[in-house]
Write a protein that binds this ligand. Structure first.
Ligand SMILES: [Zn+2]
Length: 698
């Protein structure tokens, strides 16, 4: 803990001076914060843009073809700059008949450099070769080669000096993998202009540590150079490293925000699950399985950085309670359960094609004609110990709650009536148990096996019964927003049969729905997902994939199931300092311990309706196209003010976040709410009501 605190103190000291500039030339100038990104043709530009998209930081991408291009207008007057920073990917270089060089001309570099000095704009070069333009040279390995490494050969990388980008809140010295990211180990040749910020460890013929990234100050022109390729589409390392240059190039002052949300949703609560391995067995969690997760959630939050608030969200199927309660009731002298049976039906005929669109009005009712309303008594529902356990407020409030439908009927071919009963029976049951009085999402639903999302009758039944936000499945691309994965999917008549439903993205994991043990999920991973190795290898895979999403600021929750919470009669597992039991605990510990090893970021959970609103707000905000113009003090020694504006006459239906490296307050008209979580940088959420909102910086 004292280690974290001392890092925090360093962060604050450095942040106070982050917007201090010593450059008289910039005095009185104003600069649009838009980042100019120059990238080669092809798909690689994604690695330079995805991080800015993640934060919501405005940028302009210019793809430079081999034949070259004209640069956009860098400044519209001597005192008004159009770009807050310049990022160049892979030096926009091409092969000119065996001669590799940049498609930008000398004159264009000169113009970019002059702009940097005149407006205090920083330049980032990603995937660049170490040479005099970054005060460095390539290290020659003991076998005479340069560059590293062959496929799947490891050379670890770590930040060594994070004082240039304190608001990124990364951990110095924590290593990350560079496997399959080609890079050039470097050395500094000009120590007057150049300082090391990251290093490569020794590997193979590189017998000494070497430099991975530097910051240069060439007579006031500031540059950061990374000697490693970036691949944010598959590399967790690239998604991690990007926070250093994003915070450095912006000086920690930008439109946008960094938040880490980790949602773990547990489907099928109260149902019994047939297990994948050993086959023929079933498991239904008991209170002794769920109970340890209460203390464990508290423990997680004490170990996460200040400002964290992680919790587990439960998706309930009330009929699972009633099945158990009515079975117990049969054996009692006075059975309190009327009707004496839960809801049962024959297995519905469904389409083998998950994305089949059901014709409106087709299908047959599977539910019995009676009961038409939920009518079991509380005394009946309470016969089941699991349901009773959740009714204790202290137990209930350790989790969030939502509906997973009453019986878990496959809804792909379902009727309106059946779909409606699945909702309003469960609503009555959730109310009877008092679960809707806790952290509850009344407009939320986890569709059973994510069925019904191409069934217009079902979607109408959901909307008619107050359900607006349903969970999707990221393994099915048609359930994700095709334009922007920071937005949710809006249902349409053409694709879903009915419009107006919000479909939230959610990640499946290698912790499978039909597994309660390490052996089971490892077996299923091996059999169905080309997994190779032991349970530890499965966890390493999950750690890599999940941190890639989290470092990419993806807020999509993760899918789990009731059997994954089994904590009794299973082997313990040690993750770092923690010995835990359930597959859910093991997975969460694996992910959060990796996040806290590499960053100081708080980790939060939002209940389902709130995370859906977060996605909707993000979409509304993006449509407002917010941007920031900042102003240098007359003496050019600091950034003194910043003004946020939006297209559409400075109106926006949602607040616009502006992140500051130090203190800030609204000056002049307008208003903003202050968001200060743990040791994170200050975020001011500006209300756009017809005027720009201006801040003065402390
Ligand atoms: Zn389910």
């Amino acid at each position: 803990m004292s280690f974290v605190r001392s890092l925090g103190a360093v962060t604050l000291l450095a942040a106070a001076t982050l917007t201090n500039i010593v450059n008289a030339a910039v005095g009185g100038s104003s600069v649009s914060s838009t980042i100019l990104i120059l990238a080669p043709e092809g798909d690689s530009a994604y690695s330079a843009t995805s991080g800015f998209d993640a934060y919501g930081i405005p940028y302009q991408l210019v793809t430079v073809p081999q034949s070259g291009t004209t640069l956009p207008t860098l400044n519209s007057s001597a005192k008004a700059g159009n770009y807050g920073g310049i990022l160049i990917l892979s030096d926009v270089s091409y092969d000119y008949g065996g001669d590799y060089h940049s498609a930008l001309t000398e004159n264009q570099y000169t113009a970019l450099y002059a702009y940097q000095v005149a407006f205090g704009a920083r330049m980032v070069r990603l995937d660049t070769y170490p040479d005099s333009t970054s005060g460095t040279a390539a290290v020659v390995a003991s076998d005479g080669s340069e560059g590293c490494c062959a496929d799947n050969v490891e050379q670890l990388m770590s930040f060594t000096n994070i004082t240039g980008f304190p608001t990124a809140r990364l951990v110095s010295g924590a290593t990350v993998s560079t496997k399959n990211l080609y890079h050039y180990p470097a050395k500094i040749t000009d120590s007057k202009t150049t300082w090391k910020i990251a290093q490569f460890a020794t590997s193979g013929n590189f017998k000494s540590t070497s430099i991975a990234a530097v910051i240069n100050n060439f007579s006031g022109r500031e540059q950061m150079a990374f000697f490693i390729g970036f691949a944010t589409e598959w590399s967790s390392t690239s998604n991690y490293l990007q926070h250093a240059y994003i915070h450095w190039i912006t000086r920690g002052l930008f439109v946008g925000a960094r938040k880490i949300y980790l949602g773990t949703q547990i489907d099928d609560m109260h149902l019994s699950t047939g297990l994948y391995y050993p086959q023929g067995r079933t498991y239904r969690v008991v209170p002794a399985d769920i109970s340890p997760h209460v203390a464990w959630t508290k423990s997680v939050n004490t170990r996460l950085p200040a400002g964290s608030n992680y919790f587990v969200e439960i998706g309930h199927n009330g009929n699972g309670d009633i099945i158990n309660a009515t079975n117990i009731g049969y054996n009692l002298a006075n059975d309190p359960c009327i009707p004496v049976d839960a809801i049962y039906y024959d297995s519905p005929i469904t389409s083998p094609d998950l994305e089949w669109i059901k014709p409106i009005g087709s299908g047959v009712d599977m539910w019995p004609q009676t009961p038409a309303q939920y009518s079991w008594s509380l005394a009946c529902a309470q016969l089941d110990k699991l349901a009773t356990w959740f009714m204790t407020p202290a137990n209930r409030d350790a989790f969030a709650h939502m509906s997973h439908t009453f019986t878990h009927l496959n809804l792909n071919n379902a009727t309106y009536d059946d779909a409606a009963k699945e909702i309003f029976f469960n609503q009555a049951w959730l109310k009877q148990l008092g679960l809707d009085a806790g952290k509850f999402s009344p407009a939320g639903l986890i569709p059973p096996a994510i069925t019904g999302v191409h069934n217009g009758d079902v979607i109408k039944a959901w909307l008619d019964n107050g359900i607006k936000n349903v969970v999707g499945d990221n393994s099915r691309p048609v359930l994700m927003n095709p334009n922007n994965f920071h937005h949710l999917l809006h249902s349409t008549v053409a694709a879903n049969g009915y419009a107006g439903l919000n479909i939230m993205p959610r990640w499946p994991t290698a912790i499978y729905y039909d597994c309660d043990t390490q052996a089971c999920t490892t077996q299923e991973w091996t059999d169905t997902s080309a997994g190779t190795g032991k349970f530890a290898d499965l966890l390493a895979f999950e750690k890599d994939v999940t941190t890639r999403y989290l470092f990419g600021l993806r807020h999509d929750p993760y899918m789990f199931h009731q059997a994954n919470m089994r904590a009794t009669g299973v082997s313990s597992y040690k993750v770092g300092s923690q010995t835990v039991y359930s597959l859910l605990q093991i997975w969460v510990e694996t992910v959060i311990q990796e996040m806290t090893r590499l960053t100081l970021w708080p980790i939060m959970t939002l209940k389902h309706d709130d995370i859906a609103k977060l996605f909707l707000d993000r979409e509304a905000r993006d449509a407002c196209k917010p941007n920031l113009v900042y102003t240098y003090a007359a003496d050019g020694k600091k950034i003194s003010g910043a003004t946020v504006s939006t297209s559409n006459g400075n109106t926006c239906s949602v607040a616009v976040p502006v992140t500051f490296p130090g203190t800030a307050s609204v000056s002049g008209g307008g208003s903003a709410s202050r968001d200060s979580v743990g040791g994170e940088p200050l975020i001011m959420w500006a209300t756009m009501s017809g005027q720009p909102v201006t801040f003065s910086l402390g």
